[in-house]
Write a protein that binds this ligand. Structure first.
Ligand code: DX5
Ligand code: ZN
Length: 227
């Protein structure tokens, strides 16, 4: 079944360890770490130092989403800080195979992210080299935005292509995921669903995570590489 990836961007940064523990009690096996540089996206968030603190505070799988220009410069630092998986935007990486090779060299799971307006055919030549593809369902930069409905079909189409090619690539969806759309996304073929506000926004992270995890029960692809 699909896994919930609570985004710590919506957590209380002064209590990150407690927030991570609450998400874990609610059944989350991973956390999503949103890295923004104020250049690729119009917002600034966190870097390797906070990721290192998070790594010390939790055993959860850390999925680091790099929304930065020059992502190659940050792959090794995030891996050294304790990232379990790293994804870079296709719109930010000029030499995508090199980015993926850097992730392999660093020993992390390798992902590539597409903005909502980027078509999936740009992945045709790199799909077999990836552990996961992250489909953005909002324009990156902020938590709490509204899900772009057309992404549901994009998930279905990509899942079909992955199956056709006999690949095990996992689809992750990020942005505006709520209790209203989580199950449909998993049924469409997603294997990891990021949720920021829907987990941490209401101050009840454990209960919110548990409800979302239950909604995905029995549906969606499951990444075998997330413990
Ligand atoms: C958006 C980030 C998302 C965001 C998700 O740029 O990549 O991960 O934090 O937040 P919600 O779930 O609130 O849309
Ligand atoms: Zn994200």
């Amino acid at each position: 079944m699909a896994l919930l990836a609570p985004s710590v961007l919506s957590a209380d940064f002064a209590r990150l360890g407690e927030e991570a523990a609450a998400a874990a009690r609610g059944g989350a096996r991973m956390l999503h770490v949103d890295v923004m540089d104020g250049h690729f996206v119009p917002n600034l968030t966190l870097g390797p130092d906070v990721t290192r603190c998070l790594r010390q505070a939790t055993d959860l799988f850390l999925d680091c989403h790099l929304m930065v220009s020059r992502p190659d410069d940050f792959i090794a630092p995030f891996a050294a800080a304790g990232a379990s998986a790293i994804s870079v935007h296709v719109e930010a990486s000029t030499h995508l195979h090199r980015s993926v090779q850097l992730m392999r060299d660093a020993g992390v799971r390798a992902g590539v992210v597409l903005n909502p307006a980027t078509p999936i055919h740009v992945l045709d030549d790199i799909l077999p080299d990836l552990d996961y593809v992250l489909l953005m369902s909002v324009n990156p930069g902020f938590a709490g935005q509204t899900f772009i409905p057309g992404v549901l079909d994009k998930v279905r189409t990509l899942a079909g292509r992955i199956a056709q090619r006999g690949l095990a690539t996992i689809i992750e969806v990020d942005g505006g995921v709520t209790e209203a759309n989580a199950r449909a996304l998993a049924e469409a073929g997603a294997g990891m669903l990021v949720a920021g506000s829907a987990v941490f926004g209401g101050g009840q992270a454990e209960d919110s995570a548990r409800r979302l995890v239950r909604l995905m029960d029995g549906v969606g692809a499951e990444p075998s590489w997330v413990p």
